[in-house]
Design a protein around this ligand. Structure first.
Ligand SMILES: [Cu+2]
Length: 106
């Protein structure tokens, strides 16, 4: 099973918000706005993307995972989730390192 119609609409709304915030960031960078204002706008992008992922994950748990458990295929979906969560923490630690490098130019 893939994404449900209800989640598709919610996701599209969240992604539209993220795109709107990202376009604003792009414009602010182009116009060389104040760093903190750009960073606040970037947080809004990240928040909209996090919410999108949350909706997607909840939908996946309610559909694909339930279906897999009913079909005795739970090991596969659990491994997929494990890999997803492991990869998420790697991305977070990379972002933290690069942010420190970008911020402290001294
Ligand atoms: Cu799914």
């Amino acid at each position: 099973m893939a994404i449900t119609n209800e989640s598709r609409d919610k996701l599209k709304a969240r992604l539209s918000k993220a795109i709107g915030h990202l376009n604003a960031v792009y414009k602010m960078v182009d116009e060389q706005k104040y760093c903190i204002d750009i960073l606040n706008q970037l947080k809004a992008v990240q928040s909209a993307l996090d919410k999108s992922a949350e909706i997607m994950l909840k939908d996946h748990l309610n559909t694909c995972v339930v279906e897999a458990v009913q079909n005795n295929d739970s090991a596969r979906v659990m491994e997929e989730l494990w890999q997803l969560l492991r990869h998420s923490s790697e991305v977070d630690s990379t972002e933290t390192v690069s942010t420190k490098t970008d911020c402290c130019g001294t």
